[in-house]
Design a protein around this ligand. Structure first.
Ligand SMILES: [Zn+2]
Length: 267
């Protein structure tokens, strides 16, 4: 584990303008610097870097962060790797302390995270290769993956951890849930175009969930749970959900599961 004090002094030493400029040529614009955003496809610059705040921000796609966050997002580094790369660039040796909770090898990219990054890097490379020729669908695919990786990155930075697969699954589920909620709203507003976009994004990111159970499998787990808890009415809903949740989390749409339990208990 890298001590927080070191990270702070490292961020005090580097200038985010230099860091970003190594990868994306920046132009001075007033108090800030700007460029075409490296994280989404655009022709006029909406990506800005603030030397006073030491942050980058894109008004087009919402990409946002400090020098460490930029390296993670741009190069696909995990949090500790980004810190090491940044420290190396200014010649600061990185001190390491072993935390008791840290498992050996925890810093290695886990399976799911690695797959997500691989896909992300693939689409980024495609996007760079042929900005105009790239199919709109691929660009949307990249957008959905980028959002997912940004959500994962945010948690890694906030909690100073490398996410394991279980934590990533939770993030993927949350992102899918958000989109399902949007779909319900867009359906009410009769915006089929937006419904389609959300559905497409779900199809891109649900690939990172463990295999989904079939309707029959879900129903049999629910039936077992009702029998095991002796649930008789809607009042026992909580008991049944307590039993099915650990069995189905990440493997089924929990909104639908809870509707199913409710329907069964209603008789
Ligand atoms: Zn952007």
């Amino acid at each position: 584990m890298i001590p927080q004090e070191f990270i702070q002094s490292l961020l005090g030493r580097v200038d985010i303008v230099d860091v970003v400029d190594r990868y994306v040529k920046l132009k001075k614009a007033g108090a800030n610097f700007q460029a075409c955003c490296p994280f989404h496809n655009e022709k006029t610059p909406s990506f800005t870097v603030s030397p006073s705040k030491q942050f980058y921000h894109c008004f087009g796609c919402g990409a946002h962060g400090n020098a460490i966050g930029f390296l993670m997002e741009y190069s696909g580094y995990a949090y500790p790797e980004a810190i090491r790369a940044l420290a190396e660039s200014v010649g600061m040796p990185v001190p390491e302390t072993r935390s008791r909770t840290e498992k050996p090898g925890a810093a290695q990219a886990p399976g799911l995270a690695a797959r997500m990054l691989e896909a992300l890097n693939y689409y980024r490379a495609e996007l760079k290769k042929s900005k105009t020729a790239m199919k709109a669908r691929d660009s949307e695919r990249l957008g959905a993956l980028r959002l997912l990786s940004a959500a994962a990155k945010q948690r890694e930075v906030d909690e100073r951890i490398t996410l394991d697969d279980a934590a990533l699954v939770a993030i993927v589920e949350k992102e899918i849930k958000k989109r399902r909620e949007s779909i319900a709203q867009y359906e009410k507003a009769q915006r089929q175009d937006l419904v389609d976009r959300e559905k497409f994004e779900i199809s891109v990111i649900e690939v990172y969930l463990p295999k989904q159970l079939s309707q029959a499998e879900v129903e049999s787990i629910v039936a077992e749970a009702i029998a095991a808890t002796g649930a008789k009415s809607a009042a026992d809903m909580g008991k049944v959900m307590g039993v099915v949740k650990p069995k189905l989390a990440g493997k089924a749409d929990m909104g639908k599961v809870s509707a199913l339990v409710k329907a069964k208990l209603a008789g």
